[in-house]
Design a protein around this ligand. Structure first.
Ligand SMILES: [Zn+2]
Length: 531
């Protein structure tokens, strides 16, 4: 049986840009739009042309994307004609393939927020859709507060939707603007709407205020809607929008949806999902959510020893889908609870061929257990584990040696009479026969130490040029009888690869230094730097 087409609409650049602390530049928007286009998203909503300079510029020229590049804006203002509304004129002038209008569909909002009549709001919807259609644009109508409006006055909410449909809008999008509607309500209300408007003209726009935006989107599809609006990583104001990164694999891999529907994201592109998700975090300078479904670092991580050995025999025993399908990987955590099979599986993944009865495997396991008892966390620090394993096998050259370092933190009153804290680090490094000294100022001791350490590594400098730290986490632990500090550092290189290293010490600078050193040495090995 031919599968029905289900369309995906991304609003990361419009609704997602409403997130606290998110401020996309024009360049960011272009990069994200290209990424969504490549993934196979049908519609990419770029923003509000006319509302701010970035979006006006974004829509100032043709984007040459395969996706339907969509501009967003409000319907004509009450009491104005469509031809005499500057906001609408800017929207119609935008170089967009489609226009998504937003309009009120809750009678209470029409009276209180818009201060107009129900009839005038309907006329505004009709006029705006007609004007955009006359310009040759595909038209969508976002029915704001549709679900709350439908509960209060179903006839009026439906009248708003039908006004747009009758004028030829391609999609009537039902918005759960306040995000408080539950899946069974969404299913019932969408079910009622598709009796009036064909489901292949109906979309869902869910917000995540009860953590059910994904479930609500799927409920709407079950009831007949055929377009889902959402954002990458569930970005969006308050608790976010429906997360496309969770929806896409569910639609592709869960039989109830996969057998019935087809989306434009191919199996090949599905494998880039982890990369897409992390690239957005990278642009936003955020640490990726380790526990994100499907794409998180921990989404396929198993800790306990018996689970791990079962997974090695048959992955389906503990995994709901295969991690490789979305570009993720299985992770057997090497920890005090894990056994020999975890260690062997990790060595295999790293590409280190060792016989399972090699005494070095047992020794490595002992060292891991010993160090974890002292506070190290190898399950979180894959790169430090790899170095530990390689050292045990004699595969880590002595690239360079830090013979001495000094970190100085000084607080004083500056010339303007302000209290400032200044940090400086000096590092002495020996590379072969060469001795190098570097100094750097930083916004804190670890930052200064990192900058000094990476300033000059002589012949190795070229290998670490693209290295940067993306996250730094500190925890105080009680290991044995004394309190120690554990530092986890996440690094990234020019190829976009991430790794995590760990350091443990009673002294936070020393712990940070260990993790920094592991990160640099790991990068040198990864780049096949000569010994
Ligand atoms: Zn929204």
């Amino acid at each position: 049986m031919a599968r029905e087409r289900l369309y995906l609409f991304d609003t990361t650049l419009r609704d997602g840009a409403q997130t606290n602390g998110v401020d996309f530049t024009l360049h960011d928007k272009l990069v994200i739009a290209a990424m969504l286009d490549d993934l196979g998203i049908d519609y990419v909503e770029g923003g509000y042309p006319g509302a701010n300079p970035t979006d006006t510029e974004l829509f100032g020229e043709d984007r040459k994307l395969a996706t339907t590049f969509t501009a967003f804006g409000v319907t004509r203002r009450p009491g104005r004609s469509a031809s005499n509304d500057p906001g609408l004129a800017a929207l119609l002038a935008a170089r967009a393939d489609a226009i998504c209008f937003v309009a009120k569909s809750w009678d209470f909002h029409v009276r209180v927020a818009l201060e107009t009549t129900e009839g005038e709001n309907l006329a505004s919807i009709r006029d705006s859709v007609r004007a955009a259609r006359a310009k040759g644009r595909e038209v969508l109508l976002d029915c704001e507060h549709f679900f709350d409006g439908f509960k209060a006055n179903p006839a009026y909410a439906l009248a708003c939707a039908e006004a747009a449909y009758d004028e030829g809008a391609r999609w009537i999008v039902l918005c759960d603007t306040n995000g408080g509607t539950l899946p069974h309500e969404v299913e019932a209300i969408v079910g009622a709407v598709v009796k009036k408007i064909p489901g292949d003209r109906v979309g869902i726009h869910a917000h995540n205020d009860t953590e059910q935006a994904v479930a609500n989107s799927l409920a709407a599809v079950r009831a007949g809607a055929r377009q889902i609006q959402g954002t990458l990583n569930g970005l969006g104001e308050r608790c976010g929008n429906a997360n496309l990164v969770s929806l896409i694999p569910t639609l592709k891999m869960k039989p109830e949806f996969a057998e019935k529907f087809e989306i434009a994201v191919s199996e090949e592109k599905l494998k880039s999902l982890v990369h897409v998700s992390r690239s957005l975090d990278e642009i936003l300078n955020r640490a990726p959510n380790r526990h994100a479904p499907y794409v998180g670092e921990s989404a396929f991580a198993t800790k306990a020893g018996i689970h791990a050995s079962a997974i090695l025999k048959e992955p389906a025993t503990y995994e709901h889908v295969a991690p490789e399908t979305i570009g993720n990987r299985r992770k057997l955590l090497v920890s005090d609870q894990g056994g020999r099979s975890n260690v062997l599986a990790e060595l295999d993944r790293i590409g280190l061929k060792v016989d399972r009865n090699d005494p070095r495997v047992a020794r490595l396991l002992d060292v891991v257990k010993e160090r974890e008892a002292a506070g190290y966390a190898y399950e979180a620090a894959d790169a430090s584990f790899e170095l530990l394993a390689r050292r045990m096998l004699g595969q880590v050259p002595a690239f360079f040696e830090v013979t001495q370092f000094d970190v100085n933190v000084e607080q004083r009153i500056n010339a303007k009479g302000e209290r400032v804290t200044v940090t400086m680090a000096v590092v002495k490094v020996k590379v072969g026969e060469e001795s190098l000294i570097s100094a750097a100022e930083g916004n804190g001791p670890v930052n200064a130490l990192d900058l000094a350490l990476r300033k000059d590594l002589g012949k190795y400098q070229k290998y670490i040029e693209g290295l940067k730290l993306t996250d730094y986490r500190v925890r105080i632990l009680n290991a044995g009888t004394e309190a120690v500090t554990r530092v986890l550092i996440e690094s990234e290189d020019e190829a976009g690869e991430h790794w995590t290293t760990v350091g443990v010490s009673a002294n936070i600078i020393d712990a940070s230094f260990q993790a920094l050193m592991d990160s640099i040495v790991y990068k040198l090995i990864k780049s096949a730097a000569p010994a």
